[in-house]
Design a protein around this ligand. Structure first.
Ligand code: ADP
Length: 241
C-alpha cells in the first residue's frame, strides 16, 4: 500500500513477488489497483485470462501467477467505478481466481485507503500491510494518514519501505540522499512502526521489464537485489512464515 500514487508501489509489489519466488515460494501477485492497474504494462503482456469452472485462470509468467483488472477490461474503464462496483470487482479478483495453492499472495492496492482496502480487510485474512513511501514530506504525510486508517480497519502494518531514498552515481559508491536522509525513520519511530528497508533510485529497476532477465536473477551483489532480499526476509519473519 501507499499513501499516494507514483511512489513506486507497483514496481515494489512486482519485485517483492519475484524475490519471494527466488526464495522458492509459490507466489501470486494480485494487482488490485482497480483505478489504475499497471501489471499488464509492467509485465508487457496483453494476454487475456482463460475461464475454467467459472473461475479465471491467473496469467502465469515464469511461474509467477498474476491477476489484474487490467487483464479483464479495457484500459481506464474502471477509473470511474465507485462503491459497489469496486467492492464487487475486488471480491471477484480475490474469490473467483483459481490461484491454486500459494505460499504468499502479494496484493498491490490503489493509493490511499478506500473501498479496495476495506473490502480486502473484510473478505480475507490479511497477514499484513507494507507501506511504500518516498522520502519527500508530502508522501510521508499521506503515509501518516494512511497508517491511521489501516489501524481503523484492523489491518496489521508490517512496516514501511522507503523507495527512491538515495542515488549511487557511477563515479563513486557513495549513497547520495538527495531528498534528505532517514525521513521515514523519524516518522516510523513516532508511530511505532519499523522501516524495513530503503531502495535506491535505480535504472535497473525501471528498465523495461524483461521477464526472462528479471532483476532477481542478476548479480547478488546488486544493491537493489540485496535490498529486496533483506526486505523480503524481514517480511517473512514478520508473518511467521
Ligand atoms: P505507483 O504504483 O506507486 O503509482 P510505480 O511503481 O508505477 O508507482 O512507479 C512510478 C514510476 O517511478 C514508474 O515510472 C517507475 O518505473 C518509477 N520508479 C519506481 N521505483 C523506482 C526506483 N527505485 N528508481 C527509479 N524509478 C523508480
Amino acid at each position: 500500500a501507499s499513501g499516494k500514487g507514483g511512489v513506486g508501489k507497483s514496481t515494489f509489489a512486482l519485485n517483492l513477488a519475484l524475490t519471494f519466488q527466488y526464495l522458492k515460494l509459490n507466489v501470486g501477485l494480485l494487482d488490485a489497483d482497480i483505478y489504475g492497474p499497471s501489471l499488464p504494462k509492467l509485465l508487457n503482456t496483453n494476454e487475456k485470462p482463460k475461464i475454467k469452472n467459472k473461475n479465471f485462470l491467473p496469467i502465469e509468467v515464469n511461474g509467477l501467477k498474476t491477476m489484474s483488472i487490467g487483464y479483464l477490461i479495457p484500459d481506464e474503464q474502471a477509473n470511474i467505478w465507485r462503491g459497489p462496483m469496486v467492492i464487487k470487482a475486488v471480491t471477484q479478483l480475490l474469490r473467483d481466481v483459481a490461484w491454486g495453492e500459494l505460499d504468499v499472495l502479494v496484493i498491490d492496492t490503489p493509493p490511499g485507503t478506500g473501498d479496495v482496502q476495506l473490502t480486502i480487510s473484510q473478505k480475507i485474512d490479511v497477514a499484513g500491510a507494507l507501506i511504500i513511501t518516498t522520502p519527500q514530506e508530502l508522501s510521508l504525510l499521506d503515509v501518516k494518514r494512511g497508517i491511521s486508517m489501516f489501524k481503523k480497519v484492523n489491518l496489521p502494518i508490517l512496516g514501511v519501505v522507503e523507495n527512491m531514498s538515495y542515488f549511487i552515481c557511477d563515479e563513486c559508491d557513495k549513497k547520495h540522499y538527495i531528498f534528505g536522509k532517514q525521513s521515514s525513520h523519524k516518522l516510523a519511530n513516532n508511530l511505532g512502526i519499523e522501516v524495513l528497508g530503503e531502495l535506491p533510485i535505480s535504472q535497473n529497476l525501471i528498465k523495461k521489464y524483461d521477464i526472462k532477465h528479471p532483476i532477481m536473477t542478476q548479480k547478488l551483489s546488486d544493491v537493489v537485489f540485496k535490498s529486496f532480499f533483506d526486505i523480503s526476509k524481514k517480511v517473512l519473519n514478520k508473518i511467521k512464515f
